[in-house]
Design a protein around this ligand. Structure first.
Ligand code: DAT
Ligand code: MG
Length: 149
């Protein structure tokens, strides 16, 4: 089963949206296999967003992601990477369709409230930055037979 890395950014926590956003993923049928709340250090933020180092918004992005606690998790499911990306909506909330997380819950790109890996390589890299093997829990959910084929 495919795994993806998801991070509820500081705005989600400050706005009391942790439960709401996680519920969306749970309701979709995705399985949480690792999860933690943490304060991201500047060093971790810089590694996580290394691909954006030369972009004009890089400093404010690192500033935002380190401005308060985040909730990081690994979600598992069929095509979890693209399923989560579609559920999140476009990077710019003004372009995100209603019904998506970003499209329903925000207005500014720089304050978008959720991160999801954009490829298999990113998922592997990002999971490795935030989690180690012992953070994962292997379990069977009782609703799997009603969700998975
Ligand atoms: P995504 O988060 O959809 O994968 P991305 O990887 O291109 O988008 O950018 C990472 C984050 O950087 C994004 O969630 C918010 C911020 N960002 C991207 N483009 C931006 C812009 N034009 N202005 C301000 N912040 C931006
Ligand atoms: Mg990205």
């Amino acid at each position: 089963m495919e795994r993806t890395f998801v991070m509820l950014k500081p705005g989600s926590i400050q706005r009391g949206l942790i439960g709401h956003i996680i519920s969306r993923f749970e309701n979709r049928g995705l399985k949480i296999t690792a999860m933690k709340m943490l304060q991201v250090t500047t060093e971790l933020a810089e590694r996580h967003y290394a691909e954006h180092k030369e972009k004009p918004f890089y400093e404010s992005l690192v500033g935002y992601i380190t401005s308060g606690p985040v909730v990081a998790m690994v979600l598992e499911g069929p095509q979890a990477i693209s399923v989560v990306r579609k559920m999140m909506g476009a990077t710019d909330p003004l372009e995100s369709s209603p019904g998506t997380i970003r499209g329903d819950l925000g207005l500014f790109t720089g304050k978008n409230i959720v991160h999801g890996s954009d490829s298999e390589a990113s998922a592997k890299r990002e999971i490795g930055l935030f989690f180690s093997d012992e953070d994962f829990v292997s379990y069977k959910k009782c609703d799997e037979e009603w969700i998975l084929e």
